[in-house]
Design a protein around this ligand. Sequence first.
Ligand SMILES: Cc1cc2nc3c(=O)[nH]c(=O)nc-3n(C[C@H](O)[C@H](O)[C@H](O)COP(=O)(O)OP(=O)(O)OC[C@H]3O[C@@H](n4cnc5c(N)ncnc54)[C@H](O)[C@@H]3O)c2cc1C
Length: 451
Amino acid sequence: MNTLPKDISGWGRYPVQRCELVRPERHAELWSEAPSLLARGQGRSYGDAALNAGGRVVLTERVNRFLAFDRDKGIVRAEAGVTLAELLALTVPRGWFPLVTPGTRHVSLGGCVAADVHGKNHHHDGAFGTSVRELELITAGGRRLRCSAQENVEAFRATVGGMGLSGIIGEVELQLRPIESAYIRARHQGAANLEQLFALLQDSDHDARYSVAWVDLMSRGAALGRGVVMNGDHAAADELSGGRRLTPLRLVPHKAHNIPFAMPGWLLNRFSIRAFNSRYFRREGGRDAPFLVDYDTFFYPLDTLDNWNRLYGRRGFVQYQCVVPTATALAALQQLLQRLATSGHPAFLGVLKRMGAQGTGYLSFPMAGYTLAMDLPMQGATTLALLDSFDEVVLQHGGRVYLAKDARLAPASLRAMYPQLAEWQRVRRELDPQGVFSSSLSRRLRMEEEA
Ligand SMILES: Cc1cc2nc3c(=O)[nH]c(=O)nc-3n(C[C@H](O)[C@H](O)[C@H](O)COP(=O)(O)OP(=O)(O)OC[C@H]3O[C@@H](n4cnc5c(N)ncnc54)[C@H](O)[C@@H]3O)c2cc1C
């Protein structure tokens, strides 16, 4: 198969590395002999998880056929290159929605499994792996293995959240959720600081399936961690009015706007971000009464702007996402925000969510607690030093960093954060004794090496 050497990056546009790209047209071509292989979906992981510097990267985007759809039971089987956007277009008009969705629909099913992605409902429904009925895993040498929570269980647990390192996911079979409408009954509540934000997120557990909080990362002092909690639930058909009620599952597609090239890096600075955040806090924090919103706007607000990652300029950005256990989560996240404030480093988007119990995969990120994600423009050594200091706090509190967002964690920290790493290594060695599957992330973190 022809390979194309190309400089590519993850969604954060940092780091950029030269990889040998192949783009199979058919499922049968997913596997090819190479000393070093890695599958890539839509490249929506932020750091180096979908990079394989100097090695082969298998682009799965054209291996995207639907294979079966049981409309009565809401079970869909598809090739791993199918995106959530394609899945939603097929299933929403027929009354079915993914059990778990991340904050963008431009992700492949393979990428969702490999990162065991979570949504705004992790505290209710767990991560993506819980909705997977079965996988086809193409292991080293091209062997095809069916695996699930009942069959080839260890391979399943090494693959869900396994960051593409156990093999190539060829097919995915998913259980979907029945819905009556394409709309969400939402409610926003402003919180003056992090403590209030926590209290509101705990409350929402009782009355909303989905909840997430936007955090003003530029707030300081008594307002540290102020934000807006956004709750939502699927609306019943009879909650809609007018024309919507007649076709409750139909949605008029939104037109996305494009950022055509990398913007000047100075555009996003402390002052512009602070001004934006204050306006946003006043506007969204004041919408206390429930309102109806289409699922696209509720789940995928960032998708309205194509290539928004170019806003961060040529140096790109990093997302720091950690989860910390419930018992000391408030103190831990207050420390992180305090360190950010003292550093004076600009930080744009801040998102806080509650998480439920640890999931299926040995390396699945979620654990019972709170997860905070922060986007920081890449400013070289200053940014890296700040994130190292965040790791100290997260480690002290028994938390972990999300590998799908990572570009700079240290190998020792990985070992402390992921206690099931040794089990994952054992299963991976059985599936791939020569270590064909590899990524820039796995080599940087020495994921294959024992402690
Ligand atoms: C705007 C935005 C919002 C996001 N919100 C969330 C969120 O709310 N929750 C969350 O958990 N994540 C979130 N993410 C991260 C994103 O969901 C994950 O990074 C996801 O893995 C991206 O899917 P992808 O198809 O782009 O995979 P890629 O980025 O291409 O790959 C990610 C990993 O999956 C592996 N992989 C991909 N396809 C296959 C395959 N077929 N077989 C084996 N391995 C494969 C790759 O090797 C790599 O390790 C968000 C990302 C963006 C850009």
